[in-house]
Design a protein around this ligand. Structure first.
Ligand code: FDA
Length: 306
């Protein structure tokens, strides 16, 4: 295990500790701000306008995951319906990302399906698109199944996410591509055992390139969501060599990370989409960002002493 892999494991483990969680929630909100656009939909929509002006599209996420009742899921569903209306009425360039557990997948898959379907239907009315984020491995199959079922029911304005660290991903990508599902490709953000996931950075990158290639080679539109220059530069070179149009794929990055680079890519004519979260349930999202990069933790620590 190299230093970065060790760091990532430690942060994900420590942040699961109850005391750390309590302390962070009590004192950490201001620090999490760097990665979150605001508490309210209006604040988020204002920020989307600012990003759109720089040529950056958005995928809007209302924070929340791991809920404990279906009533909570219903509240989130309503928030998503409101959010889709908000995007339409402000005429901003943004689609929508949601977490399946936020819609109840961990409690009642049937109810979760109906909640997500309601959101996808509303998005369809507004010609918008819904991305079902991929969470940890207990939900992989259910998320794929849900996405395929929505497609089969004629709701093709929904896609999901494939994580390059999972061994199963290449096969999943092939099956989902066959069904015409729009995919976001990522490395993967959760702590997964080595029985099902690559642990070495290089192996993840190799698999990542493999699944990107599967898309680009066949002219299938794809979203490449990474801050890693090893991936971004590789995609640029590969697309150029193969004469793949810049409109045939998009780069995605998270809000608060490499914002100048996001604008620069857009200026260069690439399609760029920023994943913009808002809301008050920021803790799990925030700790995954800290786990990804020591520099993120350092920025937060520096701000603590300002
Ligand atoms: P990583 O964090 O591994 O960084 C690798 C290298 O990139 C660094 O060493 C550095 O060279 C460069 N780099 C990174 N950040 C930089 C910075 N700020 N400045 C300069 N250089 C930097 N995961 C998941 O499991 N399910 C999901 O649904 C999603 N969804 C999602 C959407 C979007 C839009 C993004 C960008 C990511 C996700 N992810 C995700 C998270 C993803 O799986 C992964 O954990 C993170 O993107 C971190 O991996 P990266 O490829 O970005 O690079």
């Amino acid at each position: 295990m190299d230093g970065t892999e060790f760091y990532r494991k430690i942060v994900l483990t420590v942040s699961g500790n109850r005391v750390v969680k309590w302390l962070s929630i009590k004192y950490g909100k201001k620090l999490a701000r760097r990665f979150i656009a605001g508490d309210t939909l209006d604040e988020a929509l204002d920020e989307i306008e600012r990003l759109n002006e720089k040529g950056i599209m958005v995928t809007l996420d209302h924070l929340g995951e791991g809920i404990t009742s279906l009533d909570e899921a219903a509240v989130y569903r309503e928030e998503y319906l409101r959010l889709i209306e908000g995007i339409a009425s402000r005429k901003v360039k943004s689609n929508v990302s949601l977490k399946p557990t936020q819609m109840g997948l961990g409690l009642d898959p049937k109810a979760a399906y109906e909640n997500i379907k309601a959101v996808v239907q509303k998005a369809k009315q507004h010609r918008n698109f819904v991305r079902i984020d991929m969470e940890d491995s207990p939900y992989t199959q259910a998320t794929i199944d849900m996405t395929l079922r929505l497609h089969a029911e004629g709701l093709t304005n929904v896609g999901t996410v494939m994580q390059a660290y999972l061994h199963r991903t290449e096969e999943d990508v092939k099956a989902l591509m066959k069904a015409g599902v729009n995919l976001r490709l990522v490395k993967g953000a959760y702590k997964e055992p080595n029985s099902i996931a690559y642990q070495k950075k290089d192996e993840v990158i190799e698999n990542y390139k493999r699944i990107i290639r599967l898309h680009l080679d066949q002219g299938v539109y794809t979203a490449i969501a990474s801050h890693d220059d090893k991936i971004i530069d590789w995609v640029k070179v590969f697309a150029k060599q193969q004469r793949i149009d810049k409109q045939a794929f998009e780069f995605q990055m998270l809000y608060g990370l490499r914002m100048n680079d996001q604008a620069a890519l857009a200026k260069d004519g690439y399609r760029v989409r920023c994943y913009l979260p808002y809301g008050t349930m920021w803790y799990p999202y925030f700790t995954r960002r800290l786990a990804e990069k020591p520099a993120n933790l350092m920025t937060v620590l520096k701000n603590m002493f300002k």
